[in-house]
Each structure stands twice: as C-alpha cells, then as structure tokens.
Design a protein around this ligand. Sequence first.
Ligand code: ADP
Length: 500
Amino acid sequence: MIVSSFPIFIVDLVGSMLMIVFSLFCFGRMVRLTTLEKENILWTYLLFVCAALSIFAVSRSAGHILKQLLLFLNFTGVWGHIRPFSGSVNTLTFILVASVTVFFERVWVINRAILRDRRALRQAHEELSWLNRNLEKLVGERTEALAVSEKKYRRMFELSEDMILVTTGKGNILALNPAGGKRLDTGASFGDLFVDGDEFHAIMETVSGEGRIGNTEAALKGVGGRCFRALVSGVTVTDMDSRERNVLFMVRDVEETLTMREQMATTEKLAAVGELSAGVAHEVNNPLGIILGYTQLLKRSAEDESSLKEDLSVIEKHVIGCKKVVESLLNFARSGPSEKQACHLHPIIEEVLAFTRHQAEMDGIQVITELGPDLPEIHADAEKIKQVLINLIINAVHAIDGQGEIHVTTGSEGPETVFVTVADTGSGMDAETRSRIFDPFFTTKPTGTGTGLGLSVSYGIVKNHGGEIDVISTPGKGTAFTVHLPTVGGEGKSGHRENR
Ligand code: ADP
C-alpha cells in the first residue's frame, strides 16, 4: 500500500512545495509592481488576487503536506480533525477573490473618476502656479494699457474745443475741462451758469429720467458776464469709486454759428427786398411824379385860403412822403454793384458834414469832429459811403430831442482797416429795438418821417465793401455806430460785428 502510493505521495509533497514557492513568487512580483505604480488599480486588484491565491496555495499545500506526513506516520485521526479547517480556509480565500472581482468594476469606475479629478486638479494647480509666477507681469501690462487709455481720454478732455464737465446728479460741478474754464464762470453748480434756471431743471429732469439728453439749446453765462447760446448734451455715468450716478455734459458754444446764420438770413431778406423794391419803385416813381406835378399845378391855380388849396396841400404832403419811400427803395435797389476805387475817408466826411451840419445846428445840435491823422486810403465807392454817413447822421439828429452833440471820430485799426464813428447823445435804444434796426422797413419813427430803410441800405453798402458795422447803445444816454472799412490792400470782413 505504502509502496504503491509512493509516487503520488512524492508528487503531492513536491507539487505542494512548488505551489507555495510559485504563489509566493507571484505575490512578491505583484508587490513589486504595485510599489512601482501605486495608483494602478489593476495592479492592486491583481495583488489582492495573488494574495488570496497565495493564502489558498499555502493553506492547500500545507494541508496536503501535513496530510501526507500524518498519513505516513499513521495519524489518520488527527488529519480528520484538521481537514475541515484547511477546507474552510480555501473556501474563504475563494470568496475573498470572488468579492474583490465583483466590486472591481465599481472600484475601477471610482478610481477613474478620482484620477480624472486629480488630473483636473493638477492642471488647475499648474495654471495657478503659472498665474502666480506671471501675475506681476500681467498686472504690469494691464496697468500700462490702463495708463495709455487714461492718457488718451485725458488728452481728449483737455484738448476738446467743446466744454466737457462732470457734475453730480444735482448739478454740482466735479470736473471742468480747460475749454470750459475759458468760457464759463466756474460756479459751484452747473445750474448757476444758466441764464434761465428752468432750462437747467428741464435738462436735469430729462437726464435723470432717460439717462441722457441730446443737443438742447440753452443760454449760458460766460466769463465776464458775456452770455452765449450753447448746445448741451449729457449722459449719466456711474463713478467707479463711490458708485454714485454723475452726469457727463458736453457743451458746444454755438453763438457764433447762430449769429452768422441770423446775419445770412438778414442778407437773404435784404436781397429779396432789393429785388422787389427795384420792380415796385420803377413802376410807382413815375406816376407819383406826375401826381405831384399836377397837384402842384392845381394848387398854384387854386385860390389862397380856399379849402381846395388845403386839400391839395394834404395830397402834396402825402405824395412827397410816398416819393421819399420810393426814392429810398430805389437807393436800396441800387446798393448792389459799386464802383470802388482808392480814396480818402476825410474828404467824404467833410462833404457829408457840409450839408448835414447846418440842419443839425439849426436843431440846436453841435457836431464835433475828431479826425485821426494819416489815415490810409480806403478802397470804396465814395458816393455809397456818403450815403451811409448821411443815414447815420440823420438818425443821430432824429435821436436827439432838443440840444445835444454828435461826435464824428475817425482812426485806423492797423494798416488794414480804418473806422468812422458817429456817436450821439440821443435817446439810445432798448435791446428789442437794437436787435431789429438792420431789418428792412423797421422804423420807430412816425409815418412820413421814417422809411425803415436807412440802416438796412447802409448795412448792405458796408457789407458790399467788405466792412463791418458796430452798434453800442444805452437807452437814455445815446448811440454810437462805428463803420469799419478795409484800406487799399486791406482784407475786408463783412457783416455787422455785434449789437450791444
Ligand atoms: P428810419 O431812420 O427810417 O427809421 P433806419 O433803418 O435808418 O430807418 O433806422 C431804423 C430804426 O433804428 C430807427 O427807426 C430808430 O428806431 C433806430 N435808430 C437808428 N439810429 C438810431 C440812433 N442814432 N439812436 C436811436 N435809435 C436809432
């Protein structure tokens, strides 16, 4: 029995020993692999399997060696006691391997998610480290870009021809650019700069309601009490530091543009009236002459003190009035082309005074001349300039009620312009009258005395000469008209300068 089972005994004994050696060798290799790549879940799983197989191999082989030894030594009973334990250990190791295998897939998914998160974390970490390293450089670049942009906007703010100002929501001025500083009186509130406070309130109301306001015309107080018309636009802006809502205003001075537009309108009006006048005057002048002639003939043959003679006198007076208007109209219509040549201003003035002075002095008015020395020659149509001066002197005489003075002054304003001023101590004009004196047919004189064409004709003549007319008038104190004319070679400017 012993001899026949010997080879099996040897194979079982040697096989069990080899099984222990191989399983421990496999376990050792798995431990090495796992140590090399700790995060590899597959190695970890195989390590578990190898560990379980090694336990199984050790338990099974040790059981077999023990069994063979006990059987060989004839301790069959003892083996009977140990056998179930060896079997249990084997069963447990198989259950362990099976459970690890069943949960492996879940562990694998979790492991992959963990690995993914870890990769993302590592990437974020790397980005953070890069940012950290480059933060200083980035901040430097951004600061530089900000400084460039700030410089650009500051230049715009400082060099703008328009006035730019920032105010609080209530209109208190926080910042004002140099163009604004030059033109506006720097009051604490934007509202103080409006001639009419209601205009300011209307603008602020629109800005706070709609967040902006487009070009809105308003009259503003300028430096030194000068008022000017301006276009105001504004938009609300939020202050970066205080988070308060302020208003950014752009104010454009349009006084000059509007004045020019008004002057152009006057010129157009004059041109239209000129054309109309020419036609009407030609048609009416001759019949008027005939009516006047016949009236005077009839008057001569009528009996003195008769009512017929009185009636004819009334007709004569009114026809003469009509003729005056028509002649003014003809003058007006003729004020187009002029024959200009080099001439001196003083002989023109003396000629005018020769026949106006007498009438003035009869009315108790003194005419005082202050003629400047060495005036350069002017490039002008002497007859037309005479017409202008006669108009100005007649107006001055009319403005003086009773005694007074008329000063005729001349002088040069550099080599390009000379001036003549006709100043009186008469009634002066209020602002309303002053604004309309150059309008054709505007007159404050009674019918028959004024035609309202004197100044508009004068304006046209001076403009045609490339000159200007200034008016300074104070009600109750007097008026001064100054005519500026270009000299020979002088560059003329046109229009009347301003009415004060
Ligand atoms: P007219 O003399 O026929 O009224 P003008 O065109 O010459 O027409 O003048 C227009 C108006 O200007 C006058 O009616 C007058 O009201 C005003 N005016 C002109 N010159 C003077 C002056 N020197 N002083 C005051 N008012 C003046």
